[in-house]
Design a protein around this ligand. Structure first.
Ligand code: FAD
Length: 402
């Protein structure tokens, strides 16, 4: 009659307890969830929920009854504060000591903060939780000056939401283009154009030096002295894996908790999954950390299987999506921004599939306002074959005929 403790009540933690029960685990199962809300999915927090303030029920992973029906001891608002690997005990913020036979760390990630003067002023915001999203919605009002620091996915989705709310939006990006390190110059330009066409003042190659104001933020100061007026600021400069518990326990950590292909950490009784894990993937030479919804949704089932000693193959390619204004996109695979890029479709109309190639083989694909192609793109990547560039770029050649 063994005991499993899952730490972290995000999507990955909730899917893990589901998978453990589905796969036949009948022992004691506890989910320590640091937030007060039932585990929920985060993508709507920068999209529909941010803009409309509704739809949170749809984002809830399981209804409250699901946990009692499945005999999962869900502890909302309770954090794991210490982990003793030798005695297999986890201490909680409620002062309990829980013994485990196997433990899963699904502690996710936290927004990176800027260590700059004024960063703790009121109105300097970041986005990870439902209450953060509520704060942003409150700030995004018509004619308000909203400054977004960082032109990554969260920064750009947030800019779209603020712009849709009628705010005057400035995005500050230190590189020459937003998303440059993810997409490379050609595709990053598509997103830059999209935001500028929607009235966003996108300023690239700028360095933020601090935030102005007393009590409330009133502006963002750039290197060189210029101050951009701000009624609110959103700092969207990426997220850092929440490795504090793992690190304190002495588990191997390297920008994420390092695991093998089955999700096992440097301690054989402890596993990790979701945004916090850096795992071995059969298709990539180095372990990868995937900070995306689909990975938190599906990977826990494989790791749960490994925890139960069952077959635990996991070779899904990283997958990501975004919605900004009328642009919807999906990205699958993993590319280097310097890789060769081929376009099938119309870049100007923002209806295309972009392919990234290494040594003539497709390593990633991004479909923009073109749908139902992800499985074909995945198959192309997995085939590992040399592609004919002209045929790849030709929309009349079916993807499955390449
Ligand atoms: P998290 O969601 O971070 O959950 C971890 C949970 O563990 C948190 O609730 C935390 O409080 C809790 N926790 C941490 N430490 C402890 C502890 N010691 N004890 C107890 N509990 C603890 N991905 C996409 O693919 N597409 C998108 O469009 C997209 N949009 C996003 C929009 C936003 C605003 C955000 C923030 C993320 C978005 N993502 C998107 C990423 C996606 O949401 C994450 O990949 C996913 O949330 C990861 O789930 P997780 O369970 O691993 O971690």
């Amino acid at each position: 009659n063994s005991t499993i403790v899952v730490v972290g009540g995000g999507l990955a933690g909730a899917k893990a307890v589901e998978a453990l029960r589905d796969k036949g685990f009948r022992g004691q199962l506890t989910l320590l969830a640091g937030e007060d809300l039932l585990p929920y999915e985060r993508p709507p927090l920068s999209k529909d929920y941010l803009q409309k303030g509704e739809g949170l029920d749809d984002a809830t992973v399981h209804a409250r009854e699901w946990y009692s029906d499945n005999d999962v001891d869900l502890r909302l608002g309770v954090r794991a504060t210490e982990l003793d690997l030798a005695d297999r005990v986890v201490t909680t913020s409620a002062g309990e000591e829980l013994s485990y036979d196997a433990l899963l760390l699904a502690t996710g990630a936290q927004p990176r903060h800027l260590d700059l003067p004024g960063a703790d002023l009121d109105g300097v915001l970041s986005l990870r939780t439902v209450s953060d999203s509520d704060d942003l919605r409150e700030a995004f009002r018509a004619d308000r000056d909203i400054v977004i620091v960082g032109g990554g996915w969260i920064g750009l989705e947030t800019a779209a939401a603020a712009s849709n709310a009628g705010a005057k939006v400035t995005v500050l990006e230190s590189l020459e283009l937003p998303l440059l390190k993810v997409l490379g110059p050609k595709l990053a330009q598509v997103f830059a154009d999209l935001h500028r066409e929607h009235g966003v003042d996108l300023r690239t190659g700028v360095q933020v030096e601090g935030f102005e104001g007393t009590g409330d933020v009133t502006g963002v100061r750039l290197a060189g002295g210029e101050v951009i007026p701000a009624d609110a600021v959103v700092v969207g400069v990426g997220a850092a894996p929440d490795v504090s518990l793992a690190q304190g326990a002495g588990l191997e950590v390297d920008d994420g908790i390092v695991t093998d292909a089955e999700g096992r950490t440097s301690d054989p009784n402890v596993f990790a999954v979701g945004d916090v894990a850096r795992f071995t993937h059969p298709d990539y030479p180095e372990p990868i950390r995937v900070e995306h919804w689909a990975n938190a949704l599906d990977h826990p089932a494989a790791v749960a299987a490994a925890m139960l000693g069952q077959d635990a193959t996991w070779d899904e390619l990283p997958y990501f999506y975004t919605d900004q204004y009328d642009l919807g996109m999906e990205y699958v695979g993993l590319a280097d921004p310097d890789d060769e890029v081929l376009i099938r479709g119309d870049l100007g109309k923002r209806e295309f599939i972009a392919f990234w190639l290494q040594d003539g083989k497709v390593v990633a694909g991004m479909n923009v306002n073109v749908w139902d192609v992800v499985d074909d793109v995945k198959a192309l990547i997995c085939s590992g074959k040399q592609v004919d560039r002209a045929r790849l770029a030709d929309p009349d050649v079916p993807l499955d005929a390449l």
